[in-house]
Write a protein that binds this ligand. Structure first.
Ligand code: NAD
Ligand code: UDP
Length: 350
């Protein structure tokens, strides 16, 4: 399949490009590099050993998006393109609604115009809001506590309506907590500024780029008092996208939803201990007050993905920490600045 990877230079998108090539598919990366660097393209060509087609383009621009679809005529799309920082979305809700929804509108319009009928959308466990565990795909009440999260609730609904009206195959993938990096150590998560999420913060402290780790709350009703999440390796997650794309056409329903997680919770203290084991030294850390809006415990019920896709996670918390540390220690400041060696493709938008 030729797969247009919207936001393919980002963290999860770049790992998915690697798995698409490994599985024999042809990715076309489209990204405006608002939260990524062009030099990731060189790393991807190095890992995959192939020349990649890529565009520097804003997918909120409908005519540009349409021109790319008309030129490439992809068989399917994976839609990663959007902003993703929860805290920033509270301060800049308009930017989040505008970018995350406009990319979705443009992609949907371009698909319909070019006859592309398959799309996988990056959703999130955030759509479960305060719903009681176990969190299953049939949960009727979706909500979210942040504008970012609401762009996922809305994105799911908008794409569902469009898929049903236009006979598209849609996969809504609800990720739990993606972490880790490709085993090569050449690509990984590269947050610009101070990281909000736990694993990148742990990695920055280990690399000496952040003075200490703040542990937000040790008084939760959990086994060690810290909050519990379902961390999954980004390579396992990337593989789930490939399987979802390959199998979407085989279901009666035009819209399918899958939780993607391990089904197991890991506490903040447990994750930090596993990372210390992986890097071989203790990290500077301090317990701080709970972070506003955090839940005590969230983990996936991933059984539907196993039953319907035959997908389950294979990599462990130890793998997630070892691979993150390999990436972070080899690239303490992330990707180099500058242009990619590889030349981008271009289109003339009317
Ligand atoms: P990321 O920021 O690393 O990747 C997103 C990519 O999209 C970036 O390269 C960015 O430059 C690009 N982009 C943003 N707006 C664009 C636009 N208008 N036009 C073209 N490109 C644009 O984020 P990620 O962690 O790889 O996440 C990918 C997707 O998965 C996002 O939609 C995110 O909301 C979702 N998601 C992520 C997580 C997580 O923990 N990382 C969890 C659940 C869901
Ligand atoms: N967390 C922490 N210190 C940090 C970042 C996160 O203690 O520097 C905690 C956070 O409060 C939460 C857990 O780690 O309990 C996972 O946070 P993350 O933001 O990675 O994921 P999310 O809460 O969005 O699932």
């Amino acid at each position: 399949m030729k797969v247009l990877v919207a936001g393919g230079a980002g963290y999860i998108g770049s790992h998915t490009v690697v798995e698409l090539v490994k599985a024999g598919h042809e990715p076309v990366i489209v990204d405006n590099f608002s939260n990524s660097k062009e030099t990731v393209i060189d790393r991807l060509e190095e890992i995959t050993g192939t020349h990649l087609t890529w565009y520097r383009a804003d997918l909120a621009d409908q005519s540009l998006t349409r021109a790319i679809f008309e030129k490439e005529t992809p068989d399917a799309v994976i839609h990663f393109a959007g902003y993703k920082a929860v805290g920033e979305s509270v301060e800049q809700p308009l930017d989040y609604y505008e970018n995350n929804l406009n990319t979705t509108f443009s992609i949907a319009r371009a698909m319909i115009a070019s006859g592309c009928d398959t799309i996988v959308f990056s959703s999130s466990a955030t759509v479960y809001g305060d719903a009681e565990l176990p969190l299953t795909e049939s949960e009727p009440h979706l909500d979210s506590l942040s504008p970012y999260g609401y762009t996922k609730v809305a994105g799911e609904r908008i794409l569902t309506d469009i898929a049903q009206a236009h006979d598209l195959k849609l996969g809504l993938l609800r990720y739990f907590n993606p972490v880790g990096a490709d085993a090569s150590g050449r690509i990984g998560e590269n947050p610009l500024g101070r990281p909000n999420n736990l694993m990148p913060a742990v990695a920055k402290v280990a690399a000496g780029r952040q003075d200490k780790l703040l542990i937000f709350g040790d008084d939760y009703p959990t086994r060690d008092g810290s909050a519990i999440r379902d961390y999954l390796h980004v390579t396992d997650l990337a593989k789930a996208h490939v399987v979802a794309l390959e199998k979407l056409g085989g279901f009666d329903s035009s819209v399918k939803i899958w939780n993607l997680g391990t089904g197991k919770g890991t506490s903040v203290f447990e994750l930090v201990a596993a990372f210390e084991q992986a890097c071989g030294f203790e990290l500077a850390k301090e317990v701080a007050p709970r972070r506003a809006g955090d839940r005590a415990e969230i983990y996936a019920t991933p059984t539907l993905a196993l039953e319907e896709l035959g997908w389950q996670t294979e990599l462990t918390i130890e793998d997630m920490c070892t691979d993150t540390w390999r990436w972070q220690s080899n690239n303490p400041d992330g990707y180099p600045d500058g242009e990619a060696q590889s030349t981008p493709s271009s289109v003339n938008a009317s």
